[in-house]
Design a protein around this ligand. Structure first.
Ligand SMILES: Cc1cc2nc3c(=O)[nH]c(=O)nc-3n(C[C@H](O)[C@H](O)[C@H](O)COP(=O)(O)OP(=O)(O)OC[C@H]3O[C@@H](n4cnc5c(N)ncnc54)[C@H](O)[C@@H]3O)c2cc1C
Ligand SMILES: *[C@@H]1O[C@H](CO)[C@@H](O)[C@H](O)[C@H]1NC(C)=O
Length: 595
C-alpha cells in the first residue's frame, strides 16, 4: 500500500517497529479485512539487497549504518571498561534481516518457566503450536540421509510463512566436530525442535529451500500481504512518543496514537483500538520512558512528565555472552579463508546463482552443541561456590535466578553453546596469516547470571539509550567461561578433530593460568545479540512491565510484542521464539477484540 502521508488518519492498530515481531503481528491482524493496521518502521525496505538476501554475505552487514543500529554498551566495569558493540537490525524485518539465520527453539523447561514466573498460559505446550504455525520445515531426501532429519508433525510446521531448512553446504569439520563431541560424552540429539535441545544437533536455518535466500519476517510475513488495503506500512518513520491519556474512571492510561518523525516532519497517527510496541529489547524501553512510562527517578532526571511510575521498564536485561577460540587447521581442509582468493570467490557466487548451492547458500554454522554443566565444567564446585556472588535487583529476578540455579544443578539444559566455524574469528592483537586455514569454536554462555539495564540517556529518541549489560558482574559467569575455554582446548585435542588441527592461536598457548584466562576473557567477551527481558512479562510486584496478555501494567490498550517481554533467558538463538511470541500475541489480541 502507498505510503502517501496525506491520507494518514487513524487505524485500529498502530504498531511501532516493523521488525521480527512487528511484521508478524501486522500480517496476522490484517488477515481480517475489517481491521486496519499502520506500522511505523524507522529503517527502510532493504529486504532484497544482495547483502541481505544471500545467506553467505550476512557477515558483511555488521555495522552497516543503513541497516544496523550499531549500539554500543556503556563501559563495562568487569570487562576492563570496554564498550561492547551491540548490533540491531534496522529496516523492514528488523533483526531478521541482519541475523545469522539460525532458527531453533529452546528447552521446554525454559518456556514452562515463563508460566512459573507468573505469565499464565505461557508454556512450552502453548508455544509449540505457535512455533509450528510460524514455519514451514522443508526436508530433502539428502537431509534425511545426511542429517537423520525427520518431519514428525508433532514438532514441525508445514504451512507457516517462515521457511526452515537444513544446511545445503557444510564445512569439512562438521562431522568431525560431531564425532569428537560424542567421544566426550555429549549425545547426538536427532530433533532439537522437540522440546529438548540439549546435545549435538544439525542446525536449521531461516532460508528458502528453493531460492537459498534469507527468510525474514519481511519476506515471510510482510511481502505476501503488502498489497492489502487495510495495511499501511510507513518506512523511515521514527516513533518519538506514544500519546497517552489518563482516564480517571476506570483508573487507567489509554494510548491514543503515536508521534513520529518522517523526513524531518513531526506527524501523528491515531489508534482506534491499540498501540503495539515492537521496537525490540533496546528501543522498546526507550520509547516507553520517553512517553512517560518508567521509573520516576529516571524520568525526573530528564524532565519527562511521569504518566505511569513503572520501575521495571528497562530493567532485567539478559543476553548470551561468548568468546572465540581459534586454531590453525591443515590447509587440505576448506575454510572461509579460501574466499580470499578472488577467483574462488567468483566461483562460489556463480555456483550460488546457478545452482543455489555452495558456501553462499547457507548460514555459517551448520551444527551446534548445547552442553549441560557437568559435561563441560572440569570443576563444577568452583562455579557452585561462586553462585553466591549473583545479584538480583527485583523479586522477579530473584525468582528467575533461583530457577537458573535449579537448572544448573539438574544438568538437563544446555549452559554452554558450542559451534564450529570454518575460519578465523577476530580477536584483539591477533590476525590471520594469509594462506593459512583456520578452525574456530564459538563458546557461548546460555544462562549467564548477570542482569543489565537499558535506560534513556537524554529526552530525545534520536540519542541512543544507555545499555549496561553488566557483563561478568558475578564470579559464576566468569568461572563458567574460563572452563568453557579449557573445554575448547580439550575438544581440539581429541580425535577426529585433533587430526585436522595443528595449533591454537586464540587465546593462544601463552594464556594458561586461570588468572590469565580471566584477564583474556575480560578483554574479549562479547554478546551474541540475543538481548531480552527489558519489558518483562512477570507480575507487577515482581518488577514486571507487561501482564500475560502483553498489556503494559496500568494501561488499557498498550501492548509490547517483541523479545523484551521474555522474562528469563532461553538456551537458544532468539528469533524462533520471537516469531512464536508474536503469533501467540495476535491470538490474544483477537480474543480480547471479540469480547
Ligand atoms: C547480528 C545479529 C545476529 C543474530 N543472529 C541470530 C540467529 O542466527 N538466530 C536467531 O535466532 N537469532 C539471531 N539474532 C537475534 C534475533 O534476530 C532477535 O532476537 C530478534 O529478531 C528480535 O526481534 P524483535 O522483534 O524483538 O526486534 P527487531 O527485529 O530488532 O525489531 C525492532 C524493530 O523496531 C524498529 N524500531 C526501533 N525503534 C523504533 C522507533 N522509535 N520507531 C520506529 N521503529 C523503530 C527497528 O528498526 C526494528 O526494525 C541475531 C541478532 C543480531 C542483531
Ligand atoms: C550519554 O550521554 C552522555 C552525556 O551527554 C554521553 O557522554 C554518552 O556518550 C551518552 N551515551 C550514549 C550511549 O550515547
Amino acid at each position: 500500500m502507498s505510503s502517501d502521508l496525506t491520507d494518514l488518519k487513524s487505524f485500529d492498530y498502530v504498531i511501532v517497529g516493523g521488525g521480527n515481531a512487528g511484521l508478524v503481528a501486522a500480517a496476522r491482524l490484517v488477515e481480517d479485512p475489517i481491521i486496519t493496521v499502520c506500522v511505523l518502521e524507522a529503517g527502510e525496505d532493504v529486504t532484497h539487497l544482495p547483502d541481505i538476501i544471500i545467506p553467505g554475505l550476512s557477515f558483511k552487514n555488521m555495522g552497516n549504518p543503513n541497516f544496523d543500529w550499531s549500539f554500543q554498551s556503556t563501559p563495562q566495569v568487569n570487562a576492563n571498561d570496554r564498550t561492547i558493540h551491540l548490533l540491531r537490525g534496522k529496516g523492514l524485518g528488523g533483526s531478521t534481516i541482519l541475523n545469522f539465520m539460525e532458527l531453533a527453539r529452546g528447552h521446554e523447561e525454559e518456556y514452562d518457566a515463563f508460566e512459573t514466573l507468573g505469565a499464565k498460559g505461557w508454556n512450552w505446550k502453548s508455544l509449540l503450536e505457535y512455533f509450528k504455525k510460524s514455519e514451514t520445515f522443508t526436508v530433502s531426501s539428502n537431509d534425511m540421509e545426511r542429517f537423520g532429519a525427520t518431519v514428525n508433525p508433532l514438532f514441525h510446521g508445514t504451512e507457516g510463512p517462515l521457511h526452515r531448512t537444513m544446511s545445503k553446504w557444510i564445512c569439512d569439520a562438521h562431522m568431525p566436530f560431531l564425532k569428537t563431541l560424542e567421544s566426550l560424552g555429549i549425545p547426538f540429539n536427532p530433533d532439537c525442535s522437540s522440546g529438548s535441545n540439549t546435545g549435538i544437533f544439525h542446525a536449521g536455518h531461516a532460508i528458502d529451500p528453493i531460492e537459498a535466500s534469507r527468510s525474514s519476517s519481511a519476506t515471510a510475513y510482510y511481502e505476501p500481504v503488502k498489497a492489502k488495503r487495510n495495511l499501511k506500512v510507513i518506512t523511515g518513520a521514527r516513533a518519538t512518543q506514544i500519546l497517552l491519556k489518563k482516564d480517571d474512571v476506570p483508573r487507567t492510561v489509554v494510548a491514543q496514537g503515536v508521534n513520529f518523525i518522517k523526513d524531518g516532519k513531526e506527524l501523528t497517527v491515531y489508534c482506534r483500538k491499540e498501540v503495539i510496541i515492537s521496537a525490540g529489547t533496546f528501543q522498546t524501553p526507550q520509547l516507553l520512558e520517553l512517553s512517560g512510562i518508567g521509573s520516576k527517578a529516571t524520568l525526573d532526571k530528564y524532565g519527562i512528565p511521569v504518566i505511569l511510575d513503572l520501575p521495571g521498564v528497562g530493567e532485567n536485561l539478559q543476553d548470551h555472552f561468548w568468546c572465540p577460540f581459534t586454531a590453525v587447521m591443515d590447509s587440505k581442509y576448506e575454510s572461509f579463508e579460501v574466499l580470499a582468493n578472488p577467483e574462488r570467490a567468483v566461483q562460489e557466487m556463480e555456483l550460488y546463482e546457478k545452482s543455489k548451492s555452495g558456501m553462499m547458500s547457507t548460514a555459517a554454522s551448520s551444527i551446534f552443541a548445547f552442553i549441560p554443566p557437568t559435561k563441560f565444567l572440569s570443576d563444577i564446585d568452583v562455579v557452585r561456590s561462586s553462585l553466591k556472588s549473583v545479584i538480583a535487583s527485583t523479586p522477579g529476578q530473584q525468582k528467575a535466578i533461583d530457577i537458573q540455579k535449579a537448572w544448573f544443578e539438574n544438568d538437563n539444559i544446555g549452559h554452554l553453546e558450542f559451534a564450529p566455524f570454518p575460519g578465523f574469528m577476530p580477536a584483539p592483537g591477533k590476525a590471520p596469516v594469509p594462506g593459512k586455514h583456520y578452525f574456530s569454536l564459538f563458546a557461548g554462555l546460555l544462562h549467564p547470571f548477570s542482569r543489565g539495564t537499558v535506560h534513556i540517556n537524554s529526552s530525545s529518541i534520536l540519542d541512543a539509550p544507555n545499555i549496561d549489560l553488566r557483563v561478568l558482574d558475578n564470579e559464576a559467569d566468569l568461572e563458567m567461561m574460563v572452563q568453557a575455554i579449557k573445554f575448547s582446548r580439550k575438544v581440539i585435542r581429541n580425535q577426529p578433530l585433533s587430526g585436522m588441527i595443528t595449533e591454537e592461536v586464540i587465546p593462544g598457548p601463552e594464556i594458561e593460568s586461570d588468572e590469565d584466562i580471566k584477564d583474556w576473557i575480560r578483554n574479549i567477551i562479547q554478546t551474541t545479540f540475543h538481548p531480552i527481558g527489558t519489558a518483562a512479562m512477570v507480575p507487577l510486584e515482581d518488577g514486571g512491565v507487561v501482564d500475560a496478555e502483553l498489556k503494559v501494567y496500568g494501561t488499557s490498550n498498550l501492548r509490547v510484542v517483541d523479545a523484551s517481554i521474555i522474562p528469563i533467558q532461553i538456551s537458544s538463538h532468539t528469533q524462533a521464539t520471537v516469531y512464536a511470541i508474536a503469533e501467540k500475541a495476535v491470538d490474544i489480541i483477537k480474543g480480547s477484540m471479540r469480547s
